[in-house]
Design a protein around this ligand. Sequence first.
Ligand code: SDX
Length: 424
Amino acid sequence: MSLKAKIEVDGKVFEFPVLEGSEKEKAIDIGKLRAESGYITIDHGFMNTGSCASGITFLDGELGILRYRGYPIEQLAEKSSFIEVSYLLVYGELPTADQLKSFSQKIADNSKLPEGAGKIIDAFPKDAHPMAVASATSVALSAFHHKYTSANPSAAEKEEVIALMLGQFKSIAAHQYRRSQGLEPIASNPALSYCEDFMSMMFGGKVNAEVAKALDILLILHADHEQNCSTSTVRVVGSSNANVFASISAGIDALWGPLHGGANQEVLEMLAEIKKAGGDHKKALERAKDKNDDFKLMGFGHRVYKNFDPRAKIIKKACDSILTQLGVKDELLDIAKGLEQEALADDYFKSRNLYPNVDFYSGIIYRALGIPTNMFTVMFALGRMPGWLSQWKEMRETKETKISRPRQVYVGSPVREYTAINKR
Ligand code: SDX
């Protein structure tokens, strides 16, 4: 017998169906609420509101669970590769060896930027924030790949443009870095793996296998995270049948925010500040707890995880092994660990279930790989690209998808007459 929910208002009772997901999550389908009751709901920040049913990523914030298409993130980080995980997110199944080879080849074949796109990157000032360059160049790609800008792309076009975007964004990220350093861009080398190729396009020369592996793990951990702010933005923009380049560019802009993907850069700047002030992290904790101070402990807290972010656990463990392998000693890692230890023992953080999130330790590894701090959020976008693209594809292929157009409760002025300017 299917579950029902009842809402009683104004002495009337309204019944609504309950949807149950494959992990027993339940949702009240209020699709007919306004038509039947005249009421809407309001839910600031959509903390209790689902925007869609999705089969891509499952996370349980209470239990600290994260799975891509049913596979636990811990197993994927240990055994898979970023491109294999990208295939899994987009197609729903782990690829065979031939499928993986063909997918990797398509991405490699699409890694050369159109000359005009390179010129757009070159036109930016050297000190432009990499996220501005990434967002602008991503939407500019629509001018060079007309074939993929139709309001209703075919299945083949969706598959092709996903491989294209994975290849192109890797090159946008590396090209903008080279130009910011006053260097010539380095061409993609199709003989290299995705992460080796990226590092080679960034820094040139032979890429250390440990470095490529460390980056691969980081990108896997960032690859998707269900309906977060930037993914929801990709879906909202895509729901108007805007093309994928516009949707992705909007997602990049949402990710830039310091409350979202921009936090990984803020964490490193916060740790460097603490180091500069003598390494005493107690002051940072006091500021984070002070209601009159808008300082937040960056890299801590999460809308969904009210337990450890499983990705933060994996990254923290990887920090020690990667820095040892690379022979890198980073005082900021010790400060971060001290800060975490202190915060986890502090009632303010414990009572609000504030734990380290994916952004708390990731910057330590990016730094050890030689990635500049202002590029950390672009690295987040590089990892999240397959997630955004798979969510965009799922949204476009779901028959329930409608253009996103929320309602509101008006709290402004009642009706009034226009008055001539000399009468005001
Ligand atoms: C990402 O959604 C995703 O999945 C995102 C992400 C992904 O993979 O896509 O996981 C990536 O964005 C991770 C989050 C990165 N952001 C940061 O690290 C910035 C610091 N964190 C906070 O800004 C905050 O924790 C958020 C934005 C992450 C979550 O904010 P919420 O869910 O809106 O919670 P809230 O701001 O209402 O906080 C609840 C309470 C408040 O105190 P009270 O009003 O109850 O007294 O906790 C406090 C907040 O002031 N609080 C913090 C804090 N985070 C929350 N206090 C100090 N430092 C913090 N970091």
